[in-house]
Write a protein that binds this ligand. Sequence first.
Ligand code: ASP
Length: 311
Amino acid sequence: MNHAAAPVLVIHGGAGVVKKEMRPEKEKAARAGLERALQAGYAVLQAGGSSLDAVEKAIVALEDDPNFNAGRGAVFNHDGRNELDASIMDGATLRAGAVANVHRIRNPIELARAVMEKSEHVMLIDDGAEQFAQSIGMPLVDPEYFYTEERWQALQRALEEEKTNTAEPGKTPHHGTVGAVALDARGNLAAGTSTGGMTNKRFGRVGDSPIIGAGTYADARCAVSATGWGEFYLRATVARDICARVEYRGDAVSKAAGDVVLGVIPELGGDGGVIALDKDGNIAMPFNTDGMFRGWIGRDGKAHVAIYAGE
Ligand code: ASP
């Protein structure tokens, strides 16, 4: 394969890693899940597939893995329900699709893509999104599919802390998300993000992940998928801000992503990370939390999986 045209894939499984709470089995399972998703997405690129297909494939693998807060492993809201959000964007055409607050969609990223390709809209939410899914023959799953003991217990702890007012001051609410950015052999970029949102979130709350320009953005030069405290990512329009810095100022993607994630977001009081990729295959993965589940295969074709800084 021509080295200059070698594809690139970067994925994340969320920046809400709390080192002291990380059990070794959990860490092992998360690393294995990242590896699987990375290989699933990269196989598409290696076969000459599009960045959009690779992003979708990698995210489906992460949504199906209960270790990550998206799809099967989605967190519970305050009322004990799962509300899922996802978005996808094609850098070559600037087309985008998104869904928010769905409860019966096994792979929200697939529905986001269907909204982009099979409807005249960019975003559908709630029952309307599920009705659209049915209209295109996408099966609905029983909401029970999203029940996992680990997430249920996390909600119980959050409810208890809320009731007894024992949450550590300044402690970030539990979060996590999955996402991918890819560059295919034709030089096209794409980005996608999928999440269960934040544990104990209010019914109807929507974060940055399904919002084009906040959680996800891709154009001809730059692709970004974000993970972090969504309220801050929304206010800072993180994904578009990073790509705008690349476009208007000619910033390197590492500078643009670093300035936003390590500057703008903490200054506002938020936390999290992003994965970002440019048209030349340059990768940036800054985060300001203990760790960020992530994996990447750059132009050298080598697979890497990491959680903490410096890995
Ligand atoms: N950004 C997601 C949200 O606020 C959560 C996360 O990425 O950790 O819904």
